[in-house]
Design a binder for this molecule. Sequence first.
Ligand SMILES: *Cc1c(COP(=O)(O)O)cnc(C)c1O
Length: 637
Amino acid sequence: MNTESDKDRFLKEFGDDYGYPKAPKNIDEIRATEFKRLDGTVYLDHAGASLYSELQMEAILKDLTTNVYGNPHSQTDSSLATSNIVGEARQQVLNFCNASPWEYKCIFTSGATAALKLVGETFPWSSQSSFMYTMENHNSVLGIREYALSQGAAAIAVDIEEAAHDSGSTNPASSHKVLQHQMQRRSEARVVDEELIGDAYNLFAFPSECNFSGVRFNLDLVKVIKQDSERILEGSSYCKGCWMVLIDAAKGSATEPPDLSKYKADFVVISFYKLFGYPTGLGALIVRNEAAKLLKKTYFSGGTVAASIADIDFVKQREGAEELFEDGTLSFLSIASIHHGFKILNTLTISAISRHTASLATYVRSMLSSLTYENGDSICTLYGVPKSKLLCKEMGPIVSFNLTRPDGSWFGYREVEKLASLSGIQLRTGCFCNPGACAKYLRLSHGDLLSNIEAGHICWDDNDILHGKPTGAVRVSFGYMSTFEEARKFLNFIERSFVLSLSHSPLRTKYIHLPTEGFERAPSRYYLRSITVYPIKSCAGFKVDSWPLSSTGLLYDREWLLKSMSGEILTQKKIPEMCYISTLIDLNLGILFVESPRCKEKLQISLNSDLFMSARDGMDLHVDRSPERLPWTANSS
Ligand SMILES: *Cc1c(COP(=O)(O)O)cnc(C)c1O
């Protein structure tokens, strides 16, 4: 009932179809007929990978099973069919970005990363060049730095802020300013050769949408950099020469592809699974013809070569064609399948997809920001959203955040992720391969980052809080088939797991916390390094940053044990495989979850019942309340 009225309010604000008024099917029909496999799953990781429609896959299967596609480098009929379909696919990609084929080429790659690598590898770097990039960039863009630095060029990270638009100026340059920049160079001595400076080529790279925060960059930046780089870099000497601009549209293009007739970037990279789920392993570099001429291709291969002689140093590369940059045989069956994906986007229309996804993100952002504890403190810290712009439709469909407890300490993102997964909600946590945005939004200084690395933190690990600060965030992101119900289930989960029970929980319960101050400041050599709760004796435990205490130690620690059917108490000493049984307690749900790689289903044990539970499916064990509780010992190291 509550959900019903929430939905009514939502629809009142965003329209009955929230985005798809003219589509042949409404969103509920799309979900019921084309995404049957989701069935209750709440999929909120479209920035990681979007989902393919089941009808799209049927169409692809039919296409591939009725047509004969041969190697495009052969001269057969089937080869011609492939060449035609590859040509049409290139055109479709250019159309998607409103790029004229007279001005731009579409080069197929194995993904956005491969397209970025191709630019880095072939860019005409010199010791006079600069590679400048915004803080908010994917690692795959940052990697271009290695090519630049190895050629003696400078690499400069900039934090660009858009000033208020009300200046009344028509010059787009005046609406941007650089907040700070960080420059690096590998060899100390810069080759000073004044004559060269005029010829130097520089590259500026930014994402159309930040995959960490959802912040969309104003594409006027293309013009600003090309025409006014000196002003934006405040006259520093790194901005001489010719500037080329690269847009990483891998995330942004799913809901707002760049319009290349208006913003004439030199390079744009996209990835198809981010647009419509399938195929994976295929992306494109859209390159301005003028810029393509400057690229220096070293490697030659089947496909890229016009002529070569095996036993002498002679090679003639293909000229002017996309194929010069496409080593080997294209992934032509994948390429043949992209028009089935584009068909969906074009039928719904990108503008409708953009409205649809924006309505969901806007709703989730405003609901999360309204969550407060009884003392009025916000529960949720949103990243990249200016407070006044919560309803900002210019943000991409990403909501990135961390949660805090009533005492101000942070919930680790891993905890949020694990609990979400238990509720059937798929979201992403960490830094999302975007270390610059992560450091910027989480306010992690170089000192913080280096001491986290020293403490052993690497991408993908479980160190979600270090020195009292989060090392990453929780991200939910929406795609064209996302629904209000998914957004609502996610919000219900947050409210149920982090808000309601916490604000009503007796705050008198004593908690033990990992130190929130950097441990270098701790007065003693001993500090609490980690807290692990082992609810079931001899099974795997789980790590927390904070946990309630009971009279015997950590609440629920070694509260249960396993017995065989004959009543024998089982321990790891007797059965080493017990270490594979993992446990997790959700205090708010009041449930102990038990998982074993041998069982499909998770066992759920209510914390409030004293009943012993017999396990289902193949786990012929009893879980009993443990008679003897071991005294809690602090793990000081
Ligand atoms: C996903 C993504 C990439 C990498 O794309 P791949 O095709 O997986 O190589 C690069 N940049 C951004 C912004 C992305 O979201």
